[in-house]
Design a binder for this molecule. Structure first.
Ligand code: 5GP
Ligand code: ZN
Length: 122
């Protein structure tokens, strides 16, 4: 827990969020300003600023975090199969567009009606 960190406060419930998942290590919730029909944020509960701080010894928990990504994506609206899928984004640092200094994965998906390759709506 880092004082004055918004995502630490969301992870410990001090600031409310639309939670979709929680376990001992991780917390996931809906982005307050979604960029697509599905826009989740997945964070480790422990405060780590960004991917720039990752070391080889972080591999095990980072692997568990990665394994959550498709599970959460498909459980919360991303469509399966080659016509579906999702984007995984981890903005890192100022030039990477990171605004909240607590590591987070954006899980983004849902129908893309503007995409000419997308299947026509049923
Ligand atoms: P970044 O630019 O740091 O990669 O992304 C931060 C994300 O956090 C943005 O997409 C923004 O909409 C989201 N966000 C910022 N404040 C809040 C909040 O209080 N609650 C939730 N659920 N999302 C937030
Ligand atoms: Zn934090």
């Amino acid at each position: 827990m880092s004082e004055n960190c918004l995502f630490c406060k969301i992870a410990n419930g001090a600031i409310p969020s639309k939670k979709v998942y929680e376990d001992e290590e991780f917390f996931a919730f809906h982005d307050i300003n979604p960029a697509a029909p599905v826009h989740l944020l997945l964070i480790p509960k422990r405060h780590i600023v960004s991917l720039a701080d990752i070391q080889p010894e972080d591999g095990a928990w980072l692997g568990r975090m990665m394994a959550l990504v498709p599970k959460l994506a498909y459980a919360h609206g991303c469509n399966p199969g080659p016509q579906g899928g999702f984007r995984l984004v981890a903005n890192t640092g100022i030039e990477g567009g990171q605004e909240i200094d607590h590591l987070h994965f954006h899980i983004i998906g849902g129908a893309r009606p503007w995409d000419k390759r997308a299947a026509p709506a049923a």
